[in-house]
Design a protein around this ligand. Structure first.
Ligand SMILES: NC(=O)c1ccc[n+]([C@@H]2O[C@H](COP(=O)([O-])OP(=O)(O)OC[C@H]3O[C@@H](n4cnc5c(N)ncnc54)[C@H](OP(=O)(O)O)[C@@H]3O)[C@@H](O)[C@H]2O)c1
Length: 239
């Protein structure tokens, strides 16, 4: 009969081994994993970043610009978009590796239908060689579930789920074309959250939308493999 003390030791060892494994794989991926470079995804190609003026979106845009990708930023507020685009241009000029930028003003909580996203793609994205789509945009749920207003719940769910799949569907058609015509690989990333795997009281609806993006990415990873599309979701806040 195993004692409680022994059980606690075994559970502790299991946890320790698990975290050690996670930490070592993070180190391995950081130094030896697939790199997000223009060699892999195409020179003079473009990265599209939704919510590109926010904390993680701006940082992602600056990182990809440093790697040599031209950048499309999508958000609601034009002055903020112009500010981040200017920052990218100044930074890459200083590095002597200037990239191009494009800003798109779009409110993802409005115009919710496939035609609106098709129009967005046709009017503003179809003329460039997109190699990377970062579905970074995600909005939080203000207040507790009981007190949340209907329109806030609507915005959290639609922006964090429907917009992701509608925009993705438009962009991955061009990814498929790149691969069929030029054997050129592409990348799609959904920004998820630790809340996707940890129950989150007071953020329940938001957390539900985050597991949605996470799960969509896991499925598409297999579905789009044959078109040379690397797909992943990253849970911000998780190692
Ligand atoms: N920050 C964190 O600690 C954290 C942790 C875990 C996961 N995440 C995830 O990371 C992603 C980015 O989060 P963040 O904290 O960096 O965001 P943030 O700083 O709050 O920025 C939000 C971005 O989304 C844009 N935006 C908001 N509502 C929009 C709408 N209706 N239509 C179009 N654009 C809209 C904003 O543009 P405007 O300024 O023009 O409104 C801004 O660019 C989200 O998916 C979030 O779930 C973040």
């Amino acid at each position: 009969m195993i004692s409680l003390y022994d059980l606690a030791i075994y559970l502790g060892m299991y946890q320790l081994a698990w975290w050690l494994y996670r930490t070592l794989s993070l180190v391995f991926r950081t130094f030896f994993g697939t790199k997000c470079t223009t060699q892999r995804y195409g020179h003079d190609s473009w990265a599209v970043i939704t919510g590109g003026t926010g904390r993680l979106g701006r940082a992602t845009a600056l990182h990809l610009a440093r790697e040599g990708f031209n950048i499309v930023l999508i958000a609601k507020t034009l002055p903020k978009l112009n500010q981040v685009a200017k920052e990218i241009q100044e930074m890459t000029q200083k590095l002597n590796k200037p990239v191009k930028t494009r800003v798109i003003v779009q409110d993802f909580s409005k115009d919710f239908n496939a035609e609106a996203f098709e129009k967005l793609y046709n009017d503003k994205l179809s003329d460039i060689d997109i190699s990377i789509l970062i579905n970074n945009l995600g909005i939080g749920q203000p207040g507790s579930f009981l007190e949340a207003k209907e329109e806030d719940l609507h915005d959290v769910v639609t922006v964090n789920t429907y917009a992701v799949v509608l925009l993705t569907q438009q962009v991955i058609k061009s990814f498929r074309k790149r691969y069929e015509q030029r054997k050129q690989r592409s990348l799609m990333v959904n920004t998820s959250d630790m809340a996707a795997i940890v129950p989150s009281p007071y953020h329940a609806t938001y957390a539900g939308t985050k597991i949605f993006g996470d799960f969509v990415a896991q499925g598409l990873q297999h579905e789009l493999y044959k078109y040379g599309v690397d797909v992943c979701a990253w849970r911000a806040g998780e190692i």
